[in-house]
Structures are given as C-alpha cells and as structure tokens.
Write a protein that binds this ligand. Structure first.
Ligand code: ZN
Length: 138
C-alpha cells in the first residue's frame, strides 16, 4: 500500500469564502501515483470546513445567508466564546458544514457523484490556514 500526505495553504482576504479545491486535490492524486484507494481531505482549523457540493455561485450565496441566519457574526457579544476573540459564529458554521470529506479513487480518478466538487469553507479568514490531503491505496 502507498500513502501520500500534503498540506494545502490558504490565506483568504475576507472573513468568509468558499473555494473549489478539486483541482488541488486532483494534483495531489496525480503526484501520489495512487490509482485505487481513498482520499481524505480535512480542514486543520476549527473555524474552517471541507465539504462536497455543487460549484454553483447561487448555492454558495444561499449557504452564506443560511449560515448567517443560523449563527450571525454580529452582535459578537451574544456568544460566551467571544471573550478576547470574535469567532464563535465561525466555530458553529464549521460544525454545520463539516470537518472533512472522503472520496474514493477509482482508475486514477476521484470517483465523484454527479456535480460533486470539493470545497474549502472559510469562516474566520484573513490569516494563513491549512487543509490536509491524505491518500492511501495502491
Ligand atoms: Zn474561537
């Protein structure tokens, strides 16, 4: 069995963003030389997510509005966590959107369902953050 590990780095200039990282994961898969196995992709921060869905800008706008309704950023003093920081909403948004995804690798390709793409969800940006890509297989 082979194994491959890489960290992808992000420095999102805004507080929140959704970034399609499928090309980065595909590049990792090619570098790994693995053709049958599994890819794990996870955020290495508790205020960011990795998730799979459609690459459609309307949907991303809808996600942002929905998450803001569920866990509004402001007023920041509504959260007990926000003593000396202001990112309680980002922790909650990450919880809903998830920490990681696992994708099957078949014949050297990410074995996606229809329209599936992998996204990095940033909820407390403006600093450098990491995503782990781990690939195991043959
Ligand atoms: Zn925090």
């Amino acid at each position: 069995m082979k194994s491959y590990r890489k960290e992808l780095w992000f420095d999102v200039p805004t507080r929140r963003a959704f970034i399609n990282i499928t090309p980065d994961v595909n590049q990792c898969l090619r570098q790994s030389g693995i053709t049958e196995g599994l890819v794990l992709v996870n955020a290495m921060h508790i205020t960011a997510s990795v998730f799979i869905n459609d690459d459609e800008s309307g949907l991303h706008h809808d996600y942002d509005k929905w998450l803001e309704r569920l866990a509004p950023h402001a007023p920041t003093n509504q959260y007990r966590h926000n003593v000396g920081e202001d990112n309680a909403d980002a922790h909650m948004k990450r919880q809903i959107m998830g920490r990681e995804v696992v994708v099957a690798v078949t014949e050297g390709q990410l074995d996606f369902g229809t329209w599936e793409q992998i996204f990095y969800g940033e909820f407390d940006g403006r600093r450098r953050k990491r995503v782990l890509v781990k690939i195991i297989g043959v």
